[in-house]
Design a protein around this ligand. Structure first.
Ligand code: GRF
Length: 220
């Protein structure tokens, strides 16, 4: 249904290089979520397959009642609610996120539908080791309402992007994209569903490519 552009190996290598060269079987991944967590589920499902070089060892949501925490608990993964409303400012909120992930020895952070912009404080905690999933073919339609904006613009195609997070809003270097058509008869839900099925394949694949490099390096 969709087309994939080959992942950018230079960026994948760059991320892997920023992860410490200790010996471990699987890369420890922490996931940030705000929504229902279908992408979290795709990551968990992949992590249980034979090809997986990573484990999801902690999940944080900023939304009370998030189904993502149920998904985590069903799999025996530690899940946390860190509600941004309980913090005076973004930096204090981000400090708490960093401290939870550091407690779990997280090596790579995946934002899977996380609807908060991360501050430099968070990025300093995991330098060049935070990736994000966005429901558009970036650089098109950055920020909120990306799918709606693609429809408003009468785009003929859309898709999803996995990119390295920098301090901007969906501006970091693109790692990989998958695309799909938008038909005239589509409504928002139909396009969202089509994009999500691309996301569920692309995100675990990219995480696994990073994890494979890190976990199969030679140790002298
Ligand atoms: C995904 O479509 C992602 O691209 C966007 O939010 C959605 C999250 O969905 N940023 P889910 O929570 O993984 O089901």
């Amino acid at each position: 249904m969709g087309e994939s552009v080959m992942p950018d190996q230079a960026i994948i290598e760059h991320i892997a290089k920023n992860i410490s060269p200790e010996k471990r079987d699987k890369l420890r991944v922490g996931v940030l979520v705000s929504g229902g967590g279908s992408n979290l589920q795709a990551l968990i499902d992949f992590s249980k397959t034979k090809e997986s070089h990573f484990v999801i060892n902690s999940v944080i949501t900023n939304r009370p009642g998030s189904f993502a925490l149920v998904r985590a608990s069903n799999e025996g993964i530690e899940g946390y609610l860190v509600d941004h409303h309980s913090f005076k400012d973004r930096t204090l909120f981000d400090e708490q996120l960093v401290s939870v992930f550091q407690k779990h020895g997280v090596e790579l952070v995946v934002c899977a539908g996380f609807m908060r912009v991360l501050t430099p404080k968070f990025l300093q905690g995991f330098p060049q080791r935070v990736i994000n999933l966005h429901p558009s073919l970036l650089p098109k339609h950055r920020g909120l309402h990306a799918i709606k904006n693609a429809l408003i613009a009468f785009d003929k195609e859309t898709g999803c992007t996995v990119h390295l997070v920098d301090e901007g809003l969906d501006t970091g270097p693109i790692i990989a994209q998958s695309s799909c058509p938008i038909y005239e008869s589509d409504d928002l839900e139909m396009v969202k569903k089509r994009i999500q099925s691309l996301e569920h394949a692309l995100l675990p694949e990219i995480v696994n490519q990073i994890a494979k490099i890190v976990t199969t390096r030679d140790f002298l």
